[in-house]
Design a protein around this ligand. Structure first.
Ligand SMILES: NC(=O)C1=CN([C@@H]2O[C@H](COP(=O)(O)OP(=O)(O)OC[C@H]3O[C@@H](n4cnc5c(N)ncnc54)[C@H](O)[C@@H]3O)[C@@H](O)[C@H]2O)C=CC1
Ligand SMILES: NCC(=O)COP(=O)(O)O
Length: 330
């Protein structure tokens, strides 16, 4: 039995803060002893990250995963697919997006073959990934396609003991209302229940946000609560799920302060992400939930405005690494 998991760690979009974050996190002895970390990406990008962070990470370069000879080293698989001469930090690059997609493909295939116990990716840029030739609405759909998953997946955010998931995610706001259906709400409530149970929650308490101002005010301000959300909640309650709502979204974080819910189901991306990120920008994690491979990432993005300055906070990436190890069963 292995004492430590073998975890893939990608550098994210090279134009952002990803390689700097990877260098900073691997500087921590606590993080290094958690797993055998296998950095996958271009060595020159990794070196750029170390230089921006002002530190040097000891690692052993290997040609493939079979060359790992110790649980206690950091390894690098150099894909040699992106030279820092071809992009500028803080500026979107198609080349970098293409390398990001190639790197994630490589690392997910290793995980699919059980040669990695999980994957942590430093922040990527969705637009660059798309322009680089990976035509998916977001990385979750890209991962699902690579792993041959058609349904049953969704983003999950984790902030300490509080979990979040969403009825809609990376879609234009004008599509949200049509996607808030009874079936979808019921499915995501069930997804939240199953996810939290699988990580050890006993009878998790789930709260569901409304879509409209003041939960629609009896239909005056919108009818999705009456027609779609409430019936889905009632149906979930009848199946024994400990779920409440819909509650007005503008005060739902206040409710979380006074009543200890375990999971908030929101209707659209910014509804919960805004509050979640305010709770601790340096702690939030995103999990690609419902896939056969453990995949985590920090909840923040590529931060082009500070790329190359060495001031990025590695806290959320460290949390993503710790959670990935836990989800991998170690
Ligand atoms: N983990 C991932 O792969 C994620 C990727 N993204 C992608 O990142 C790109 C940029 O997204 P934005 O909405 O601009 O959000 P962002 O999170 O990149 O930046 C928002 C603000 O937070 C600051 N910030 C972010 N991370 C920080 C850190 N570790 N330390 C200090 N300050 C930090 C930035 O400087 C900026 O002012 C988009 O393409 C988005 O899709 C967004 C969230 C997660
Ligand atoms: N890459 C994960 C991701 O995009 C999650 O962040 P968010 O866009 O949902 O805030």
């Amino acid at each position: 039995m292995k004492k430590k998991p073998v975890m893939g760690l990608t550098l994210g979009d090279a134009t952002g803060i990803g390689s700097e974050l990877v260098a900073k996190t691997l500087q921590s002895a606590e993080i290094r002893q958690l797993a055998t970390w296998v950095v996958v990406g271009d060595e020159r990008v990794f070196q750029q990250g170390q230089s921006v962070a002002g530190l040097s990470v000891p690692y052993q370069k290997i040609a493939n995963i079979e060359e790992i000879d110790s649980e206690d080293k950091v390894y690098l698989i150099d894909l040699h697919n992106l030279s820092p001469d071809t992009y500028s930090l803080g500026q979107l690059s198609e080349d970098s997006g293409q390398a990001t997609g190639e790197t994630l493909t490589y690392v997910l295939k290793l995980a699919q073959q059980k040669k990695l116990d999980g994957v942590v990716y430093a922040p990527i840029n969705k637009e660059a990934l798309h322009r680089g030739g990976f035509h998916f609405q977001d990385e979750l759909h890209f991962f699902a396609s690579l792993l041959n998953c058609k349904e049953g997946f969704s983003e999950i955010n984790v902030m300490g003991d509080l979990w979040f998931t969403r009825i809609t995610s990376h879609v234009p706001l004008k599509q949200v209302s049509s996607l808030v259906t009874k079936e979808r709400v019921a499915r995501i409530i069930r997804f939240a229940q199953d996810t939290l149970t699988s990580v050890g929650f006993d009878n998790p308490k789930i709260v569901v946000a409304a879509l409209n101002p003041h939960a629609g005010d009896g239909g005056l301000l919108g009818t999705e609560e009456i027609d779609e959300i409430r019936p889905a909640i009632v149906s979930a309650q009848e199946q024994g799920i400990n779920v409440e709502g819909p509650y007005p979204a503008d005060t739902i974080f206040l409710r979380l302060k006074t009543k200890p819910f375990d999971c908030l189901v929101s209707m659209y991306h910014d509804q919960a992400q805004t509050g979640m990120k305010l709770l601790g920008f340096n702690k939030g994690i995103t999990v690609s939930g419902g896939l056969p491979v453990v995949i985590t990432t920090p909840a923040h993005g590529t931060a082009f405005d500070i790329a190359g300055q060495g001031i990025s906070d590695p806290g959320a990436t460290e949390q993503a690494m710790k959670l990935a190890v836990r989800l991998a069963g170690f």
